[in-house]
Design a protein around this ligand. Structure first.
Ligand SMILES: [Zn+2]
Length: 138
């Protein structure tokens, strides 16, 4: 299961709207089909789409689209939209080793600037992320 998030601006220049788009790629729980792309777009226009190989459910920009989207999303991914957003945020804040191309099993912690902790991969030593504790600075 992979979640990507993009955002931008749409609508007329004098009245721009912020949009967020989440794409969940992965296993279809219900039909046992891998490689489903479930896109949820929220902004000036709200829609979702489901793609697999050649077929695609038409973008749904309808009354009650949100209820319909939540049902479809849960049937396919086993997650609610809030859970998708939450999982993505966790992954984004999580540690990832760019050298080993994976989440490190263990990290070595180093002190950086005051309040900052740098996490390095215990296998190869590459920095995988950092943490800034503002309360330690103040
Ligand atoms: Zn590594």
């Amino acid at each position: 299961m992979e979640i990507t998030h993009t955002s931008g601006v749409e609508g007329p220049k004098h009245d721009p709207y912020h949009w967020d788009e989440y794409v969940v790629t992965g296993y279809n729980r219900k039909f046992c089909n891998p490689e489903i792309h479930f896109t949820v777009h929220r902004g000036l226009a709200n829609w979702f789409s489901i793609r697999k190989d050649g077929w695609k459910i038409p973008d749904s920009n309808m009354f009650c689209w949100e209820k319909y989207m939540e049902e479809m999303l849960f049937n396919i991914t086993g997650m609610t939209f809030d859970q998708v957003v939450e999982k993505h945020e966790e992954e984004e804040n999580g540690l990832f080793c760019p050298e080993c191309n994976e989440v490190p099993e263990d990290t070595l912690d180093y002190a950086g600037y005051p309040g900052e902790t740098i996490y390095c991969c215990s296998k190869c030593g590459a920095p995988c992320g950092s943490d800034q504790n503002m309360s330690a600075v103040i």
